[in-house]
Design a protein around this ligand. Sequence first.
Ligand code: SF4
Ligand code: FES
Length: 239
Amino acid sequence: MSKYYTFKIKRYLPDENPSTRWDEFRVKLNSMERVLDGLVKIKETMDGTLTFRKSCAHGVCGSCAMKINGQNRLACQTLVKDLPETIEIEPLPALPVIKDLVVDMTMFFHKNDKVLPYLINDEPPPERERIQSPEDQHKILESITCIMCGSCTTSCPVFWADKEYLGPSALLKAYRFLFDTRDRATEQRLEAITGEHGVWRCHSIFNCVEVCPKEIDITKHILKLKRLAVKKGFTGGEK
Ligand code: SF4
Ligand code: FES
C-alpha cells in the first residue's frame, strides 16, 4: 500500500547560502520502499540539487549513512514503514558538511589509517596464502563485517568532545588485526591505540552498538582491546 511521507531534509548549499535550512518534500512510497528510494525520487522528480551519497543500495558500501529521525542509519536499509509519516533527515553529525547530506569523511578515514589497517607479518610467506583455522577466523568474524559507514564514530559523545579520539570504528579495525592470529605487529598496534586519544577514552556509552547497521557489538571488542593492552603492559599510554 502506498502513502505520502513528508521528507524534512536539512539542506546546506554553500554556493547559494552559507547557512542551513530545512526543505520539505511530499513523496508517495509503498511500505517496502526505503528512505533511499524517497531521496532518489526527490532528486529525480522534484529537486535535482539535492545531494547525498549512495552506491550499492544494499547495505554493503556504507556510503548512504545519515541521521534519520535522530539516529544514524543507512538510508538503503531503513524501510519507510518503520518510520512516522514525517521523516527528518540530516547529515551524519560531528563531521564537516560539504553539501546537503554529504559529509567530509577525511578525518574518519585518517583515524583508520592510524591503526595500520593491513596485515603485518615479516615471516617468509608460505607457498600459497597464510591460512587460518576456522576457530581463529571466528575470533575476528564479527569485526570484519564492518562496512566503514561511520555511523558509530559520529554517534559517539567522546568523539564529539575530542576530535582526535580514534573512535569506535578505528578501534574495531585495530581489533580486527590485533586478534588476527596471522598478524605479528601486536606491540606496534598497541602503541598506536593506547595513547592519549586511544582506547582508554572509551567510556562504554554504547551509542556505537545501538547504531551499527551490521549489529556489531563494538563495545565488547573495545573491552577486549583494553584487556589485551593491560596484559601486555600498555596502560595509559605508558608501556
Ligand atoms: S562498526 Fe558498524 S557503525 Fe561502525 S563503521 Fe563499521 S559498520 Fe558502520
Ligand atoms: S548505498 Fe551502500 S550501504 Fe547504502
